[in-house]
Design a protein around this ligand. Structure first.
Ligand code: ATP
Length: 379
C-alpha cells in the first residue's frame, strides 16, 4: 500500500531554466571488468529528497559512493553545483555521508561524537558548542548529550548519526539505508522525522534504499535501478501510476498484468484483445506498440471494483470466482480466478454494508475498472 507523500510543491525538474545541483553524465563503474553502474545520467535539484531504489546488488551504493568521492567512476562525469568533481577526493566535496552502521565512536559521548568533525576544522569552541546544541535540538536529543552510544536505543543512535552528519552543514547529505537498523514501527515514525528535518534544514538528501514503501513515502523523486541502470526517474506518484516498464511496475507495489494483442492504436487510446483477461482491454493512453504486437496491460489491485451483478460495460470487465480473501484491517484483498485460470488481485475497503451481503469465498463476481486506471507495458 502506498502512503500519500506531502512534499510535492517542489518541482524544479519541470522548470527548464532550473539548474541541477547534482548532475551525472554517463557515469559507469566497473570492478574487475564487471559493470556495476552502467551509463547513469541524472539531475538532482537543490532541496530535493531523492531516493535510489533497487534490489540488492543493483549498484545503488556504488553510485552513492561515487557521489561521495569514495569511488572514482570508470567513465562519465559528476558535477556538484556546476563544478566538475569527478576526480576530487571525498574531503574536497561539499558532501557528507551517513553510513548504514552509523559509525559512531563508542567511547565518546553523543556531544563528542557530534563535535568531532568540527574540532578537526578548527572552529572556535563557542561556535562548536552552539552548533552541537542546535543540531541536538533539531533531532530532539537535547537531553542525551552526555550519554555514550551503547546507552541509546537504535532510533536514538540513528538521530545522533544524523546530527553528526548535519552539524558540518553539508550542502548534500548522502544516506545509505539510514533506517535499516530500526524495527518496523520506529522506522515508519523516523521516516517522517527525517523528512521534517530535511525540510527544515533545506539540505539536498540522496538516500539509498531497497524498501519501496520508504522511498515512496519520503522522496520528492526516486530513481529505480536494475543491474546498474536507472530504469525510471519520477515522483512517487509517477512511478506508481505510470511505470514505464514491467520491471518498475513489479518492483513498486503489487500489480495485475494481462497478456494480449494490440488490435487498435489511436492517439488517445489503445485496444488490446486478451484471452487471459476474458475481455477486451481499453486503455486511455496511446503506446508505442503497433497493431498485432504482444503487450501487457497492468492494473493495480485497488483500481479494480468488485460487483455481484453483471456490469453494463463490456470492455475492462470480466468475471471470476473468489478463491481467497486476505483481511488487512481497513481493506481486504480478494484473489479472483478468471475463466482463463488467471488469478487477479482486487483490494476493496472494508465498509459495513448492512443491506448488501459481503462477497465471500466461492462467490461468482464481476471485476471492472476504468480505462484511465490501466496502463500498457511494452518493455
Ligand atoms: P545492497 O542493497 O545489497 O547494498 P547495492 O545495490 O547497493 O546492493 P552495490 O553495493 O553498489 O549494490 O554493489 C553492486 C555490485 O558491485 C555487487 O555485485 C557488488 O558485489 C559489486 N561491488 C561493490 N563494491 C565492490 C568492490 N569494491 N569490488 C568489487 N565488486 C564490488
Amino acid at each position: 500500500m502506498v502512503k500519500k507523500t506531502k512534499r510535492i510543491e517542489l518541482q524544479p525538474w519541470q522548470d527548464s531554466k532550473a539548474k541541477p545541483y547534482i548532475h551525472l553524465e554517463g557515469v559507469s563503474k566497473e570492478f574487475g571488468g564487471h559493470v556495476v553502474v552502467d551509463e547513469v545520467s541524472l539531475s538532482i535539484y537543490q532541496g530535493e529528497f531523492f531516493s535510489l531504489l533497487g534490489p540488492s546488488g543493483c549498484g545503488k551504493t556504488t553510485l552513492l559512493r561515487m557521489l561521495a568521492g569514495f569511488e572514482m567512476p570508470s567513465r562519465g562525469k559528476i558535477y556538484i553545483d556546476g563544478i566538475d568533481v569527478t576526480h576530487r577526493p571525498a574531503y574536497d566535496r561539499p558532501v557528507n555521508m551517513m553510513f548504514q552502521s552509523y559509525a559512531l565512536f563508542p567511547h565518546m559521548t553523543v556531544e563528542q561524537n557530534i563535535s568531532f568533525g568540527l574540532k578537526q576544522e578548527r572552529i572556535s569552541k563557542t561556535e562548536i558548542k552552539q552548533r552541537v546544541s542546535d543540531v541536538l535540538k533539531l533531532v530532539q536529543m537535547e537531553k542525551y548529550g552526555s550519554r555514550k552510544p551503547h546507552q541509546l536505543s537504535g532510533g536514538q543512535r540513528q538521530r545522533v548519526a544524523l546530527a553528526r552528519s548535519l552539524v558540518k552543514r553539508p550542502k548534500l547529505l548522502l544516506l545509505d539505508e539510514p533506517l535499516a537498523a530500526l524495527d518496523k514501527r520506529l522506522r515508519e515514525q523516523t521516516q517522517f522525522e527525517l523528512v521534517n528535518i530535511q525540510e527544515k534544514v533545506g539540505v539536498t538528501f540522496i538516500m539509498v534504499t531497497h524498501d519501496q514503501e520508504e522511498a515512496m513515502t519520503m522522496s520528492t523523486r526516486l530513481g529505480v535501478m536494475d543491474h546498474g541502470r536507472l530504469r525510471q526517474i519520477g515522483t512517487p506518484n509517477e512511478i506508481y501510476e505510470y511505470p514505464h516498464s514491467e520491471y518498475v511496475a513489479d518492483f513498486i507495489g503489487s500489480i495485475n498484468k494481462f497478456e494480449g494483442r494490440v488490435v487498435e492504436v489511436e492517439a488517445d487510446h489503445i485496444l488490446v484483445e486478451s484471452e487471459e483477461a476474458g475481455c477486451e482491454l481499453y486503455v486511455s493512453h496511446s503506446a508505442d506498440a503497433p497493431v498485432g504486437a504482444q503487450v501487457k496491460v497492468a492494473i493495480r489491485p485497488e483500481k479494480i471494483m468488485i460487483a455481484t451483478t453483471k456490469p453494463e460495460q463490456k470492455r475492462n470487465a470480466t468475471k471470476g470466482i473468489v478463491r481467497d480473501i486476505g483481511y488487512l484491517g481497513d481493506v481486504s484483498i480478494y484473489h479472483v480466478e478468471l475463466e482463463s485460470g488467471k488469478i487477479v488481485l482486487a483490494t476493496q475497503p472494508n465498509l459495513v454494508r448492512l443491506a448488501e451481503r459481503a462477497v465471500t469465498w466461492d462467490d461468482e463476481v464481476f471485476l471492472l475498472w476504468r480505462a484511465e486506471n490501466s496502463i500498457v507495458l511494452t518493455v
